[in-house]
Design a binder for this molecule. Sequence first.
Ligand code: SAM
Length: 270
Amino acid sequence: MPEAHCTICPILHPRLGIDFSGEKFLNYCPMAYRLVVAPEQITDATVMLTASQRHYLQRVLRLQRGDGFMVLDGGGGVWRAQLNDLDDGTAQLLEAVSEQNELPLAVTLAIALPKGSGFEEIIRPCTELGATAFQPLLTERTLLKPSPNKLERWQRIVTEAAEQSERQWLPPVAPPLTFGQFVEEVTGPETLALLCVTRRNSPMLGAYLKQSGLPAQMVLATGPEGGWTDQEIALAIAKGFQPVSLGKRILRAVTAPTVALAQLTALLET
Ligand code: SAM
């Protein structure tokens, strides 16, 4: 195999057996490892890596001094970067990279927490699909009472998924809200609020959006295993939520958010 001349991930290319020696890969390699860092880790053009980031780059990926990877600040900034001296725990930003894989509108998924690890099953694919933010909900029929350290774990899962799916934006996972708090907070003229409901003869999500037009930002809410209560549906509608259907079949609570977002992205990206 011809030698790979990519300046960004000299280790990954030979291992994958891909020849990226072409001109266009000299400065920006789409296969490079992507690492989300907190904005405060960046000073001038130097990134101070955390212990776990250093461990991952050096011990797991086996990057050496001078090897390249991509750095993201989770707010749209993307840079080509290079690992510095192995002991100093820093990397150098070399140049900003222009890329845009985000959805054209902001979509917050408000999800009634399912049982067990169901929320983790949801946030991974929904990050891959382009969710902008996650709002866990405690509803009348929510069975899970999450421990406070769950938030950190959920954010870590979202970060890994955002790196893997080549996002520029890191979706934040907000602390859980009760359904009552949530409906008070989200409704406003600039946000289209949609409530996914079963058995109500509501318009299909895609059909509704085609007819209403696309907003700049949207909230899409899905219920728990036992569904919304009638009171919750009535409250949401009174606060301006539009009920929508995802189809005739009843989806599991862990399936519905992914299906809703997939239907939305199909509409936005065709
Ligand atoms: N027995 C419950 C009911 O009939 O509402 C089932 C709830 S379902 C397992 C969990 C949540 O997923 C629902 O509250 C709703 O938000 C969403 N969902 C599931 N299937 C749906 C569909 N076909 N259309 C719209 N929302 C759906």
